[in-house]
Design a protein around this ligand. Structure first.
Ligand code: SAM
Ligand code: SF4
Length: 316
């Protein structure tokens, strides 16, 4: 398509985040509903072949960047084969994982053609990790990180969602750890999707850290809305994503596809466009893309949370 997908506010939509499963091997308290989830049946979720068809269509429409997420993408059976197919398409794609299964699958993922990876880790403390994730073992994440570091993934980004009263005391620890371990750490503001809002504004602390540590701003291609900095005495990058302090809706370039095939114009969309229905009825799946793009709001409506309330359903 010549001009790609352009929305009503003249934003070019060229990035698709794809949730391949609603299931997860952790139970992060802020991501999963407290009552648990109604697991989608295998008929409800998009098959890998369907995802490939959707991705090919998206690419024709000008979407050039894809992220595979979940739930936890590495718990879905057949994920390695799917990654191999994606790599075969020659598209620019990356994967977000909680890292628990990386020790087991890191090499297979790399051999399948994955080169960029984001690992979510909200604390460096064993007991706190266990509490946040509803029973997870942080040692598995550390060994997963070690495994992928040996494999030349580039970049490896560690994503930390900073939450008031939960882990807001660990920002400096994470910066020191990233420096020691030569890992890029990104701090992300909490989005009000769950019932309780743990928002911890990062702007002031970011400014203080930059000044005290004499960090310099760096451009990192492909790092989206993150503001990135480097110390003069270290090679790793520290990023801040100020989704709430400084919303970047005016630059938003993304759509989200849920594992049951709904295309969401915005993280806070009340409802999505049923792409799966059109696909399974043999219709033209470009239609749902046009519809989702034309339904993209100018900015997110934090009060307008819709049917997809938790990240495990939306695909963070
Ligand atoms: N299971 C994988 C993982 O944890 O990386 C992928 C899916 S998870 C939903 C993707 C990301 O969304 C994680 O980094 C998680 O911390 C983040 N997330 C979940 N709920 C969030 C919220 N309310 N605000 C900001 N980020 C959130
Ligand atoms: Fe699972 Fe990721 Fe949600 Fe944690 S943040 S419950 S790891 S999907």
């Amino acid at each position: 398509m010549e001009n790609g997908l352009i929305d009503r506010y003249n934003r070019k939509i060229d990035y698709l985040r794809i949730s391949v499963t609603d299931r997860c091997n952790l139970r992060c308290f802020y991501c999963m509903p407290p009552c648990g989830i109604r697991k989608l049946s295998s008929q409800e979720i998009l098959k890998y072949e369907e995802l490939i068809e959707i991705i090919k269509c998206a690419r024709e429409l000008g979407i050039g960047k894809f992220r595979i997420t979940g739930g936890e993408p590495l718990v879905r059976k057949g994920i390695i084969g799917f990654i191999e197919k994606l790599a075969g398409l020659g598209i620019d794609f990356s994967l977000t994982t909680n890292g628990i299964l990386l020790n087991r699958y890191g090499r297979d993922l790399f051999n399948a053609g994955l080169s960029r990876i984001n690992i979510s880790l909200d604390t460096l403390k064993e007991n706190r990790f266990n509490r946040i994730t509803g029973g997870g073992d942080i040692r598995e994440v550390f060994s997963g990180i070690d495994a992928v570091r040996k494999l030349n993934f580039s970049p490896i980004k560690i994503n930390v969602v900073v939450m008031r009263g939960i882990n807001d005391d660990e920002i400096i620890d994470f910066i020191e750890w990233g420096k020691r371990e030569l890992l890029n750490v990104r701090f992300i503001e909490f989005m009000p999707l769950s019932r309780e809002d743990y928002f911890y504004p990062l702007k002031v602390i970011m400014d203080n850290i930059i000044e005290e540590r004499k960090m310099v701003s760096v451009e990192v291609p492909g790092s989206g809305p993150a503001r990135n900095f480097k110390s003069t005495d270290g090679d790793n990058i520290v990023g801040f994503i100020l989704s709430r302090s400084e919303p970047f809706c005016n630059e938003c370039n993304r759509l989200r596809l849920t594992s049951n095939g709904m295309l969401l114009p915005c993280l806070f969309s009340r409802e999505g466009v049923d792409l799966k229905k059109v696909l399974r009825e043999g219709g033209d799946i470009r239609g749902p893309f046009y519809e989702a793009v034309s339904g993209k709001p100018e900015k997110h409506n934090l009060n307008g949370i819709g049917q997809y309330q938790y990240m495990n359903q939306i695909g963070g």
